[in-house]
Ligand binder design. Sequence first.
Ligand SMILES: [Zn+2]
Length: 337
Amino acid sequence: MVILFGTHPKYVEHDTGSVHPESPERLIAVRRGIESSCVKDAIKLFQPEAATLEELGRVHESSYIDALRRFCLMGGGMLDPDTVASVGSWDAAIYSAGAGLDAARKIRAGEADAAFLAVRPPGHHAVSDRAMGFCLINNIAVLAADLVAKGEKVLVFDYDAHHGNGTQEMFFEDPSVLYVSIHQYPQYPGTGRAREVGSGAGKGFTLNLPFHAATTGPSYMEALNRIVAPAVEAFAPTWTLISAGFDAHRRDPLTEMGLTSGDFCDLTLWVKQQTPSSKVIAFLEGGYDLSALEQSTAATLAALAGETTKPEPNSDGPIDFEMLKALEESRRRALSD
Ligand SMILES: [Zn+2]
């Protein structure tokens, strides 16, 4: 078993200033996750190549890519009230977007079984023509679009505590990508209601599970088994991409969800077991408590290698059947409209 761990010195040159939660220190914590995982002998480090403009152009408008590049190289600044770019951000962004493409090439060539990509800036909020929510280029979408162009069926499983509005938007009408997101609601960015199910040919291929604050692992697992499993089984993905944001950890300072790193092990194992013939690549998204990041990375690496040793026990709490019933009903109505 070989698990690729993709990281690059350019990722820390994305300078967000001294008080921004999306800091370079996050990657140091994530890197420590290798040492504290039970599978460090299976980890193979690699430095990804950059994505090309053509590869970025599959999901982003070329005018946006040009403007972003110029903005960074001119010194950067604020792209929106939350999102910062610096001189180093352009390279950080294109080498982050390239990480997925590179990992997929290596997995396809038989060099590894799965990959974890410790990238920054994160990607899932970036929309086709705009940076937002700490995200410049939508890393996971760049790979998903490349795989779709190769005829693959791609499950994007997004357990970041925020809804991945950018990823949803890019594949909203595309039946080759099943986008599944579990997130706190209401929360930034305000999208991700259960009734958002995709449109046109993509109707039914977006599956949102907006959860109340403080939701714990048992409700996550119940939702996965009851609502997500049938959709994933019917879709039969050939690739599974995980938006591995660890800000649903209960110690995260930006959100109010109730998970532990032990739960991230189970979420990752669950999706691996549901897609036995699929190749798996996890992309770092959010996660702003440094010790939670380290432990959650360790847990996710273990799960990617098929191990269940957990740095922390799972969270506990009653299953919120009422919440699950309400969102199932809302989805059912949207699908029959
Ligand atoms: Zn997040």
